[in-house]
Design a protein around this ligand. Structure first.
Ligand code: NOJ
Length: 547
């Protein structure tokens, strides 16, 4: 057995496809307008039909919902809005019957300010829980430093009872946990092991690269003790079971990703890195400061990650999640070529090395929304609007940013059918349904041969049939071409060729690989045309045995 074979052994997640559910927007079983665990259970057959191996569930633990569950007040209970612990156990069991594992979202950088630990911590400096959080002395009105929170405003909040500021990288209701405290770390490990005992299949770790912050030095991501903490965390919890772990790491580089996803299992299975995601913003500014996508750079970024991690780490592959706009609206075309471009983006991504993540509704080609300001719900969007108005931006400018990047684009209810509220709820949905649900919905697509759903279903099946998807070496083609994204994957026996037109105009492609490309595995146009012409957003994937 070669070293690579050894590293791949038992790593079920290398051939898996993971589906992300944002529970409040997926399926509502009790008519309160908010999705819940029973709603998810009722849709497991749909997911089994799609063919996925695991569900990453955004947080369902008890939470005041200041940041839709990313502010947890009890890590070992389910929020009543979503159901009960019993429902969670039922979900794990029912999913298991369909060979689907449940991946929990662990929010370990911060808790809710309503968590018992924080309620104690703010009572006095002598309280045993005080040091579970990050406090700095100060004088009221004078912040310890000028660090800002990700959702706007200062990163410090004054607590008169203790005469100190606490640090929060996100909202004031999300105080940062102090990982320097070994007692806190022990409590976290015990909590994780408790979930492992309940049969979960893995964990997604929220902003994990921010846990080792050092605010006195202005450090948020990649603090000096980060990998020490991760190794301890893994040793005390994940490594005892056959789990998948994925860390959200906005600050990851390929070098750091090799540490995080070292095949020796010392840290995590993989990370979410966001280098490609940050390309369409003005460099050095915020995501709201829009810039056109630099296509050649996109290819360079993907190519680099594919190459650098090959055999040395593991990639995650994603376009979407609950924080990002819908990819078909972002880099595809949500008008005339919605179906073609949604499929092209799927084929392009799923041919690469790594574990693909599909965000709910992506498999239907769901799109962004353009709502009135009163219809947005996301704390980040609401804060941004106020902040930019105060800074003197025009309403039109702000709305353009929101239409393009608001997290609510991804959070509108799942479009199940053309019925009332897209089949999401019998009640009043917590956020408005995208009005295009009559045209774009699951019921219209699952039985339809040319649907976006079928394209995803086929890609998932192909990834299981051909080992080259997991192992093949990546080679970028036509690096300087302004329209075409093409690459090969090769292993000892075969070659995969993926050729995509990223734009809405027909282009000619001259590639020697196309002279004898092999068997066409999947494409997004039904009828064949000249092999060397790609129609708008055309994508093809070929497989060939090597002589
Ligand atoms: C990243 C999560 O994906 C996002 O939704 C959340 O607001 C922040 N972390 C804070 O937990």
């Amino acid at each position: 057995m070669t070293d690579r074979d050894k590293a791949n052994q038992n790593k079920w997640w290398k051939t898996a496809v993971i589906y992300q559910i944002y529970p409040r927007s997926f399926a509502d079983s009790n008519g309160d307008g908010i999705g819940d665990l029973q709603g998810i259970i009722s849709r497991l057959d749909y997911l089994e039909n799609l063919g996925i191996d695991a569900i990453w569930l955004s947080p369902v633990c008890r939470s005041p919902q200041d940041d839709n569950g990313y502010d947890i007040s009890d890590y070992q209970d389910i929020d009543p809005m979503f159901g009960t612990l019993q429902d969670m156990e039922e979900l794990i069991a029912e999913a298991g019957k369909r060979h689907i594992r449940i991946i929990m979202d662990l929010v370990l950088n911060h808790s809710s300010d309503e968590h018992f630990w924080f309620r104690e911590a703010k009572k006095s400096r002598k309280n045993p829980y005080h040091d579970y959080y990050v406090w700095r002395d100060g004088v009221e009105g004078e912040f310890p430093n000028d660090m800002r929170a990700a959702f706007g405003g200062p990163a410090w909040e004054w607590v008169p009872e203790v005469g100190q500021y606490y640090f929060h990288q996100f909202s004031v209701k999300q105080p940062d946990l102090n990982w320097e405290n070994p007692k806190l770390r022990r409590e976290i490990y015990d909590m994780i092991n408790w979930w492992i005992d309940r049969g979960v299949g893995g964990f997604r770790l929220d902003v994990i690269d921010q846990i080792a912050k050092e605010p006195d030095r202005g450090i948020t991501n990649n603090g000096p003790r980060l990998h020490e903490y991760l190794r301890e965390l893994s040793r005390e919890t994940f490594r005892k079971a056959d789990l998948v772990t994925v860390g959200e790491a906005w600050g990851a580089t390929t070098e750091l990703a090799k540490l995080y996803s070292n095949p020796d299992n010392s840290e995590l299975s993989m990370v979410f890195q966001f280098e490609h995601i940050c390309l369409d913003q003005i460099p050095g500014k915020e995501k709201w400061d829009l810039a056109p996508l630099p296509f050649l750079k996109l290819k360079e970024v993907f190519g680099r990650w594919q190459t650098k991690l090959h055999g040395k780490g593991w990639n995650s592959l994603f376009w979407n999640n609950h924080d990002l706009p819908r990819i078909v609206s972002r880099w595809g075309n949500d008008g005339k070529y919605r179906v073609e471009s949604a499929k092209m983006l799927a084929i392009l991504l799923h041919g690469m090395q790594g574990t693909p993540y599909i965000y709910q509704g992506e498999e239907l080609g769901m799109t962004n929304v353009r709502y009135e300001m009163e219809e947005y719900r996301d704390i980040e969007t609401l804060n941004l609007y106020q902040e930019r108005l105060e800074k003197g931006y025009s309403k039109e400018e702000i709305m353009d940013s929101i239409y393009a990047k608001s997290r609510d684009n991804a959070r509108t209810p799942m479009q199940w059918s053309s019925g009332k509220n897209a089949g999401f709820t019998e009640g009043e949905p917590w956020i408005r349904v995208n009005p295009n649900y009559r045209e774009i919905n699951a019921a219209a697509q699952t039985g339809e041969e040319d649907s976006v759903f079928r394209c995803y279903q086929t890609l998932i099946r192909l990834r299981k049939e051909y080992s080259i998807f997991a192992d093949g070496e990546f080679g970028m083609l036509l690096e300087e071409d302004e329209d075409i994204f093409a690459y090969t994957r090769t292993d000892a026996d075969s070659r995969l060729l993926v050729v995509c037109n990223f734009h809405d105009r027909e282009v000619n492609v001259s590639l020697e690989e196309l002279a004898d490309p092999g068997e066409l595995l999947i494409a997004n146009y039904r009828d064949a045309c000249q092999r060397t012409v790609l129609r708008p957003y055309e994508a093809r994937m070929y497989w060939k045995e090597r002589q």
